[in-house]
Every structure is written in C-alpha cells, then in structure tokens.
Design a protein around this ligand. Structure first.
Ligand SMILES: C[S@@+](CC[C@H](N)C(=O)[O-])C[C@H]1O[C@@H](n2cnc3c(N)ncnc32)[C@H](O)[C@@H]1O
Length: 245
C-alpha cells in the first residue's frame, strides 16, 4: 500500500451499504445514547467523522458536533446529509482544535487506522489538548483477534448471501503490531477491493499511551450497552479524562 494512502477514498462509495450490512447503522442509536451522556449537552468533536453515521443523530439530540476527516469523499457524504455539522479536512494524528470540547470521540476502530505507535500517541495528545477542563475522551477499538492466522495470513468470510460474498484478507506483521488488509466484495459480476491497514493495540497499551499525554482511564466497557469488559469481549469502549482537572 503506497504511503499517502487515504482509507476513506476507497471506502466512501460503499461505506453506507457496508456499515448497514455490518450492523453499524442499527447500532448507532445505542452508541449515540452513550456518547450523549458524556457531552453534557454541550459540544463534541468526532475524530474520523466519516459520513456522519453517529455525528448526525448526536447533533439531532442537541449536541453541537464538529468533526475531522482526511478524506474528501467521506466529507462529501457528510455534507450530503447535513449542513448543520462543521467538519474540516485534517489528520487526526496531528490536529489543533480552535476550541475546547466536552467530549472528543474516536470510534469504530478509527484509532487503529493510525498505522504507527507515534501517530497513535500524537492523536491522543491532540485529543487531550482539545478537551475542556472536565472533558471526556471516548475510544472504541476491537480487541486484537490474532487467532486463526496461518503463516501470518488470514481470510475471513464477512457475508455470504444470494447477492454478495464479502471476505476480509489480512497479513500480519507482529513486530509492528500491524495488519495490512483488504476487503474483497463480490456481487454478481463485479468485485471491489477495499484496502485498509491497522495497527492494533491492547487495552493496557492504550492506557499507557493515554497516561503519557495526561489522560487517565475513568471507565471501560465491553459494548455500548455497558456490558462488563472481560476476557470474552471483542472490543472495548474506553473513557478517559484529564489528569489535571
Ligand atoms: C471506520 S470509518 C469511521 C467513520 C465514523 N466515525 C463512523 O463511526 O461511522 C474511519 C473514518 O476515519 C477517517 N480517517 C482515517 N484515517 C484518518 C486520519 N488519519 N485523519 C482523519 N481521518 C481519518 C476515514 O476517512 C473514515 O471516514
């Protein structure tokens, strides 16, 4: 994958359909209810705002939502849905917000799209600086799923129905904790290749990185319904606050 790779440019044409198929549109209400609680009815900043899957309904609940994304195509999807949300083109690994927010959030594994440890720490630092005094940072990431790899490779069927076959192909680099991947989406006579790359983090590493930039863990959940995070959890929702509040 060449450097300068921009995830959203490949994914935007199918993002709405893909998130619907993966249950992410259905999950949005529960996610937004969770996020609303931490925004204190004030302001929120979404890192990697995408098509507004969450920002639009959160805004409809009275939270003043803004967002950052590095993909023109994703920002166009958002602009088609609403003109009530201020969103700008930028890199979540290195941004400086003009104001302080009650809530900053980065969900649906977007944090792991930052491909290096340095980029991930820089993102946390920028996010910490964007928080108001009692501000909250919410991060949702998957628990690394490294079972089933053979010779550093894995292919997983995501969907098989009468119209679609969607498979996820991944190549693992354990030294850098990275996965270079592509979703291959076959439907009738066409196939679309959707590349992406991630650097996975375990929850304790995330806490350590957060501590390095002046944040501390306040809560951790296994899903948006606040189930306990335990050894069977597939993801975690981690809530951080400033240590100097
Ligand atoms: C998995 S999507 C999530 C979108 C939205 N947050 C949601 O939950 O539906 C990741 C989003 O982050 C954006 N993104 C990825 N890397 C980024 C970066 N380094 N800076 C800014 N945006 C980025 C992508 O363009 C995409 O819109």
């Amino acid at each position: 994958m060449p450097d300068g790779f921009v995830y959203g440019e490949n994914w935007a044409p199918v993002y709405e359909k893909f998130t619907r198929i993966r249950g992410k549109v259905a999950e949005a209400d529960e996610t937004v209810a969770f996020l609303e609680r931490y925004s204190s009815g004030g302001s929120a900043l979404e890192l990697g705002i995408g098509d507004g899957r969450l920002a639009v309904p959160l805004n409809e609940r009275g939270v003043r939502v803004e967002g950052i994304d590095n993909s023109d195509s994703m920002l166009k999807l958002l602009a088609k849905r609403t003109d009530l949300i201020k969103a700008w083109k930028g890199d979540i690994a290195n941004f400086r917000a003009e104001q302080r927010y009650n809530l900053v959030y980065c969900v649906y594994n977007t944090f792991m799209l930052l491909f290096t440890r340095e980029a991930q720490i820089a993102c946390l630092r920028s996010a910490a600086e964007a928080l108001g005094h009692d501000g909250i940072l919410v991060i949702e990431v998957g628990v690394p799923a490294l079972d089933g790899f053979a010779s550093g490779q894995k292919t997983t069927t995501l969907l098989m129905d009468h119209e679609n076959t969607i498979v996820d192909t991944e190549v693992h680099d354990p030294l850098n904790q990275t996965l270079v991947s592509a979703v291959l989406w076959f439907s009738d006579t066409s196939v679309r290749r959707l590349p992406y790359r991630t650097r996975y983090v375990y929850h304790q590493e995330l806490d350590t990185m957060a501590e390095c930039v002046g944040l501390e863990l306040a809560e951790r959940w296994g899903d948006w319904a606040r189930s306990a995070f335990n050894e069977t959890s597939k993801r975690h929702i981690s809530v951080y606050r400033r240590t100097d509040r």
